[in-house]
Design a protein around this ligand. Structure first.
Ligand code: EPZ
Length: 416
């Protein structure tokens, strides 16, 4: 099994370019099925989740042409077929095929989706929304069978502003008769990215990015074209790394509004950086100050950044806290940081961090995608050697992470 070997302590300088957002791209590929003949998506990141989604598109008889980061998807011979378990369980985003296959064929057979073990992660809001549109949802063993004579537009209120449910119901609503209004919708940039893709196909959608989205069903969508937004979570990961051990580290190709909450928190701890023309230039924050963070839905502090931000707080002087309001068990990596010398204490959804602490390299097992990124950051500032196991989990969401980090002076390599 490949492992990542990191020798900590190198100061990092130079430029890291941000790739297309995993959490947009994994929704855009399934969304392409709404196009009758073809769609084109630019700036698709080369990550494992995309490889698996391409395999699912193949099962559905789509023909994909890849040219660097552009993917052209020919859906003219699209055929409905059950989505096999060995593919759907590879990631949570496979559930977006529910919304699109329901829109196109009014029938979906898909095994339970996978995803990082950071909580129960039910999909009850998706199911409730599909049923509100007129679908029947059955669970047979570990498969969802969803059918509908037809989908009728309606008003759907989401009990929680779920990113996945918002996107999945927008996809299904595009195939419904009449208008659908999604209330308490998630406002994450991924929703705007998918909505702009559907609008390019001819779908009338308003309000994406706000809490109320209005979708007019349309069964003549075609010729979708879009560009994947820059990955705000990847960008936040590398900006935090710059605050830990950078010297004029340039993080290029960001959309500032998408990481505003992270920028505000970095200012809270005293980080010193410049934001200009889609770039952040940041150097090590010598004496970070303790602060308190609460994760929220967008535009609040993103839950996907709390594990990497924890590494910065291990270097802050004083007692910091993180309150995780989105998932019920997303502090596993904080416990692993303790094995490197950090002082964190998890109590329910509250994590307390005492700092500053000196971190020592260790051999550790990556528990989930963003926890893995946190362990990479910790290894890069720790004394000595860190070996991380379960690397495929990290490569799921960070395009060329080894190449990007070695290019700015990090000492890390993949070993067998
Ligand atoms: C997306 O997951 C992201 N994944 C997650 O990123 C991210 O943490 C999350 O949004 C929040 O921003 C992808 O986009 C592929 P949710 P999603 O539906 O859609 C509960 C990463 O590291 N919930 O907003 O699954 C759920 O259990 C990943 O890139 C229900 O209870 O997130 C969770 O506690 C991790 N019922 C909370 O809401 C539902 O029907 C947030 O879920 C749906 C969700």
């Amino acid at each position: 099994m490949p492992r990542l070997k990191i020798i900590g302590g190198n100061t990092l300088s130079g430029t890291i370019s941000i790739s297309g957002a995993k959490n947009s791209a994994v929704a855009l590929l399934p969304a392409a099925l709404l196009s009758k003949t073809k769609s084109t998506i630019f700036k698709v990141p080369k990550i494992r989740d995309i490889e698996y989604l391409l395999k699912i598109l193949d099962v559905l008889n789509c023909k994909c042409k890849i040219d660097k980061d552009m993917i052209e998807i020919d859906t003219s011979n699209l055929k409905n077929a059950p989505i096999p378990e060995e593919l759907s369980e590879q990631m949570r985003a496979s559930y977006y095929f529910m919304g699109t296959l329901l829109a196109r064929f009014k029938k979906v057979e898909i095994s339970f989706p996978g995803g990082c073990h950071i909580g129960a992660r039910p999909i009850d809001l998706h199911i409730k929304g599909f049923e509100a549109l007129g679908a029947k949802v059955e669970i047979i063993k570990n498969k969802y069978i969803i059918t509908a004579d037809e989908l009728i537009g309606t008003r759907i209120y989401l009990d929680f502003a779920s990113v996945g449910a918002t996107i999945n119901l927008m996809l299904a609503a595009a195939g419904a008769k009449g208008q659908t209004i999604i209330e308490n919708a998630a406002r994450e940039p991924e929703i705007v990215n998918v909505a702009s893709f559907l609008i390019s196909m001819g779908c009338n959608i308003t309000g994406a990015g706000t809490s109320t989205i209005v979708i007019d069903g349309n069964d003549n969508l075609d010729n979708g074209v879009t560009e994947v937004f820059p990955d705000r979570i990847e960008a936040s990961t590398y900006v935090i790394l710059g605050a830990l051990i950078g010297k004029d580290l340039h993080i290029k190709g960001i959309i500032k509004d998408h990481i505003e909450a992270v920028i505000i928190k970095l200012k809270d701890v005293g980080a010193d950086f410049i934001v200009k023309n889609g770039e952040i230039i940041i150097s090590k924050c010598e004496h970070p100050k303790a602060t308190n963070v609460t994760t929220q839905v967008f535009p609040g502090f993103p839950t996907d950044v709390q594990q990497t931000f924890t590494v910065l707080l291990t270097q802050a002087e004083g007692t910091s806290t993180i309150t995780e309001t989105i998932y019920e068990s997303r502090f596993v990596s904080a416990g692993l940081l303790n094995e490197m010398g950090a002082k964190t204490d998890a109590n329910g959804n509250l994590l307390t961090i005492e700092g500053p602490t000196n971190l020592e390299g260790k051999e550790l097992y990556i528990p989930d995608l963003r926890g893995g990124a946190a362990l990479v950051l910790a290894g890069l500032i720790a004394k000595g050697e860190t070996i991380l196991d379960n690397i495929p989990l990290l490569l799921r969401g960070y395009e060329d992470i080894v190449e990007k980090l070695t290019a700015v002076g990090a000492n890390l390599e993949i070993i067998e």
